[in-house]
Design a protein around this ligand. Structure first.
Ligand SMILES: [Ca+2]
Ligand SMILES: [Ca+2]
Length: 203
């Protein structure tokens, strides 16, 4: 009996200031949780957006990919995943390993590309930005400097004192003196070096 009396009294007690204050605490907690969820959702959205844009566009050095169709983005995606970069209508691969000139070229050709042919000052400047010694697609062929696409050398960027024809067998060319505009050096083709491939991908 005693228990029943106690329960009835409890049920009939009007709300005290302390129970009202508990309700407010719960309400605040719910609102705070909701707010936190909103912030979490917004953060997730931003993170995903940054991640997706990095995946497709971050290696597009001149921003051209922004105008790509969905189809183009699909064509380029495997290259970007393999660390190729896009610049001014070509894709480029800058090696992280070192090989001799012939094997460097083979690496590019196996990917339907070739060692870089430098056609413009803009492209020459682009190569410089990597601050690395790299084979380029220029060799001495039958007494003439020829590009790998069989075009003869016209505009050149030989470094100071280069090509040093006085030394024997320097028949392959690297981009070397990246601190200056004229970076090229002729070198023995058997030496090992980083390299840069080019795959022309017109829009
Ligand atoms: Ca080129
Ligand atoms: Ca040299």
């Amino acid at each position: 009996m005693a228990h029943r009396n106690i329960n009835m009294e409890y049920v009939n007690v009007p709300k005290t200031p302390s129970s009202s204050s508990n309700d407010q605490k719960w309400l605040r907690l719910v609102l705070l949780s909701f707010g936190l969820l909103c912030i979490l959702q917004a953060t997730l959205n931003v993170t995903l957006r940054i991640f997706l844009s990095t995946d497709t566009n971050a290696l597009d050095l001149d921003g051209t990919c922004k105008n790509f169709t969905v189809k183009k983005k699909e064509d380029f995606a495997p290259f970007f995943q393999d660390n190729w970069v896009y610049f001014n209508t070509s894709l480029y691969y800058i090696s992280t390993a070192k090989r001799n000139w012939e094997n460097s070229r083979r690496f590019c050709m196996q990917r339907n590309a070739d060692l870089i042919v430098i056609n413009s000052k803009q492209e020459q400047e682009f190569v410089r930005t990597f601050h690395r010694f790299m084979w380029i697609g220029l060799t001495m062929t039958q007494g003439k400097w020829m590009w790998v696409d069989n075009t003869p050398l016209t505009t050149s960027y030989w470094g100071p004192g280069e090509p040093s024809m006085n030394l024997e067998n320097e028949d392959c060319v690297e981009s070397r003196f990246f601190e200056v505009e004229h970076t090229w050096n002729d070198l023995k083709c058997e030496d090992i070096n980083f390299w840069i491939c080019e795959k022309i991908m017109p829009l």
